[in-house]
Unconditional design. Structure first.
Length: 414
């Protein structure tokens, strides 16, 4: 069915017409709310660190199996599920991360973590639960679906990039995924709302190590050696010039030197120094440019001062750049559920990182925000902290959005 673009309602809010009844689907999700809360509290009480999500994997796998969703082998933890629609068509991937953080929970909630020193402090319990809810809704509608839905319950987002490993293990193939969608919980936004950013959304990251080789000597006679500490200080200073003077004021990058080690005693000129840091950039061009500039600057400064610098730059998370057309599509689906006023369009990207970008491997994708806030009452504590709390009312809305994106993507224009 062809979708008609938009209709204006009498409430000054508009709801685009979908190929399905979006409000009915939202009600279906809300009918699951109680079940979702109990799933979420169970997962929250039993958090597991990246690549150790054994129990969580079991819970998710059993749930999907009970819905008749095929489970594919992928990684040791995490779940790859496939729901085949009743009609042939495209395939969409829906992703949720499932790992917890090494934090001692201090919320005092009745369903607080039972695992010492481990806590769902980034909302991945919410993400996993919402996607389970979406799986239930979509499974109930499987006969209407023109195509397939793949569920990526991804391990180890916080640690070493479970997304990359899932993609390498072939989760995007057979059937080939045409687009991928996911989102992160945000307590800065009310439950019942969504957040969206077009284009550059999360930063790419490149950790680096710079080894400065000078020449050690007696501290009284620095001219007899090359002081690696003095050289490394100049490198740190020069790196600060990259963001302020080598890229446009309207572009964004962060170059942080977070570790500086050299020397053994106060009366010895240190021969070696080691700097460690991270380059964060938005978009592939800026990434390439900043990596090149860090290397050139470190090597150039060291050589100008008689030392040499060995620069090692690793490639880490690729960043998230939401594809325009697919993001506009997601935007329309969001509005169909919560109206125009329920969608916060974000102007600025996040210089943090998120490994969702690995799934956008040559295919369009969109990573959004699900509101889990309560206006700053109980849910005012930051993520990655021991007091983090979320408004569970957001669960049904997050589940509904996953399901609605999949349903519309598969059934639009068929
Ligand atoms: Ni997170």
């Amino acid at each position: 069915m062809n979708s008609v673009p938009f209709k204006k309602s009498i409430l000054e809010s508009w709801y685009p017409i979908m190929s399905f009844d979006a409000q009915a689907l939202l009600q279906e999700a809300k009918a699951l709310q109680k079940e979702l809360v109990s799933i979420r509290r169970d997962i929250h009480a039993h958090p597991e660190l990246g690549s150790h999500e054994v129990r969580t994997t079991e819970v998710i796998r059993n749930y999907l199996e009970s819905l008749g969703i095929e489970i594919r082998p992928c990684l040791e933890t995490g779940v790859l599920g496939v729901l085949y629609g009743g009609q042939p068509g495209k395939t969409i991937g829906l992703r949720a991360d499932i790992d917890a953080l090494p934090i001692q929970e201090a919320t005092g909630l009745e369903f607080a973590s039972q695992n010492d020193g481990v806590m769902h402090a980034c909302g991945h319990d919410l993400h996993a639960t919402a996607l389970m809810g979406a799986a239930k809704i979509l499974a109930a509608h499987r006969n209407e679906l023109h195509g397939n839905v793949k569920f990526f319950f991804q391990p180890d987002e916080e640690g070493s990039g479970g997304a990359e490993r899932m993609v390498k293990a072939g989760c995007l193939q057979n059937p080939k995924v045409d687009a991928v969608f996911g989102g992160h919980s945000s307590t800065g936004q009310l439950a019942g709302q969504y957040g969206l950013k077009y284009g550059k959304t999360y930063a790419a990251s490149n950790p680096f190590v710079i080894r400065v080789h000078g020449q050690g000597c007696h501290g009284a006679y620095p001219a007899n050696g090359i002081d690696s500490i003095a050289v490394a200080c100049q490198i740190v200073s020069a790196l600060q010039m990259l963001v302020s003077r080598r890229i446009s004021a309207t572009d964004s990058a962060v170059v942080t030197v977070g570790s500086f080690h050299a020397g053994t005693a106060g009366n010895i000129i240190a021969g070696e120094a080691e700097l460690k840091g991270i380059i964060r950039t938005l978009g592939p061009q800026m990434r390439e440019k900043m990596c090149r500039l860090v290397k050139e600057t470190a090597e150039g400064v060291a050589s100008a001062l008689g030392a040499s610098a060995e620069v090692e730059i690793r490639t880490s998370y690729p960043g998230v750049v939401n594809e325009d057309a697919f993001t506009a599509f997601v935007h329309r689906v969001m509005i169909s559920l919560v109206g125009e006023q329920g969608v916060a369009l974000k102007a600025t990207p996040n210089m943090g990182t998120e490994d969702f970008g690995y799934f956008m491997d040559g295919i369009p994708g969109c990573y959004c925000a699900f509101g889990f806030g309560d206006g700053g009452k109980e849910c005012r504590f930051p993520a990655h902290g021991p007091y983090f709390r979320a408004n569970e009312d957001g669960l049904a809305y997050a589940a509904a959005l996953h399901a609605a994106v999949a349903m519309q993507y598969l059934n639009e224009n068929v």
